[in-house]
Design a protein around this ligand. Structure first.
Ligand SMILES: *[C@@H]1O[C@H](CO)[C@@H](O)[C@H](O)[C@H]1NC(C)=O
Length: 260
């Protein structure tokens, strides 16, 4: 009885075979090695490689700006970020800041990569870029201390970085799929060096007057304040950039991205 039951359960029907076959085909299609989108320029690994990448990637980023369905790359501008959590634990600032439903605008259109330094034998890509404006708008929640002053609040936030030098450090590792070599990023480290940061947190202390005073104080001391927060922002952006980059790296064989 039990045996027969099991036999029945595992007996494949035409319908289930069809489903299996379709699934297998779909999987093969979505896992098959892809090539870079046609509009991208490719670079050969020769003495001009780092220079070639500057132009190729600058062009590629603008092409990817509205997103790319084939590679499941989301829209990069505006870039929607569900949440950014920043813990700044070192004196004189001791703060937890959460930003939710963040819209990052202007970042892609005002970005230019200036220089690459690569060592693909070590799966290492370093680049310097300059971004005219990064505007982050979202819902914030904050509590802790800034420059010894207690700060607390929730509401709309606007954090805008102006003329920011960014160093990107992409640390990759090789992996193989169907006998083909790919590279994926283990780490994507970002460091921000803005010329100016503007911050506005609506409704601090749930009090309009105190809020205005505190916002003025934060902006007068933007450099000290941002220095404490920037590692948190950099970590969040590093994670986002890594995930987006890997959408391409994990689907396109390394030799199809960086020609030999
Ligand atoms: C955000 O702040 C920047 C800098 O102060 C300002 O230029 C911009 O208009 C603000 N954005 C919004 C939506 O309020």
């Amino acid at each position: 009885m039990e045996l027969r039951m099991r036999y029945r359960l595992t007996q494949p029907t035409t319908a289930s075979l069809l489903v299996l076959a379709t699934t297998a085909v779909l999987m093969a299609v979505s896992c098959a090695a892809k090539d870079l989108p046609e509009a991208f320029d490719k670079c050969k690994r020769d003495s001009n490689f780092d220079k070639c990448l500057v132009d190729a990637v600058n062009k590629a980023i603008q092409i990817l700006k509205p997103g790319n369905k084939e590679f499941e790359v989301p829209a990069l501008e505006p870039l929607h970020v569900k949440s950014l959590v920043i813990d700044a634990g070192t004196a004189p600032i001791n703060l937890r800041q959460t930003l939710k439903n963040v819209m990052v605008t202007d970042m892609i259109s005002t970005s230019k990569i200036q220089r690459y330094r690569t060592d693909l034998d070590k799966y290492l890509i370093i680049c310097d870029s300059f971004t005219g404006r990064i505007q982050m708008l979202g819902d914030y929640e904050m509590s802790g201390r800034i420059l010894l002053l207690p700060i607390t609040g929730n509401g709309r936030a606007n954090i805008t970085l102006v003329n920011t030098k960014i160093e990107h450090r992409l640390i990759g590792e090789p992996f193989e799929k169907d006998g083909v070599q790919y590279m994926r990023l283990k780490e994507y480290r970002v460091s921000f060096d803005p010329k100016r940061v503007y911050m506005h947190f609506e409704n601090l202390f749930n009090d309009a007057t105190l809020s205005q005073t505190m916002n003025r104080f934060l902006n007068d001391n933007w450099e000290t304040v941002f220095n404490e927060l920037k590692v948190g922002y950099a970590k969040s952006f590093g994670r986002i950039f890594r995930e987006i980059s890997n959408r391409l790296f994990e689907k396109i064989p390394m030799d199809s991205i960086f020609l030999r």
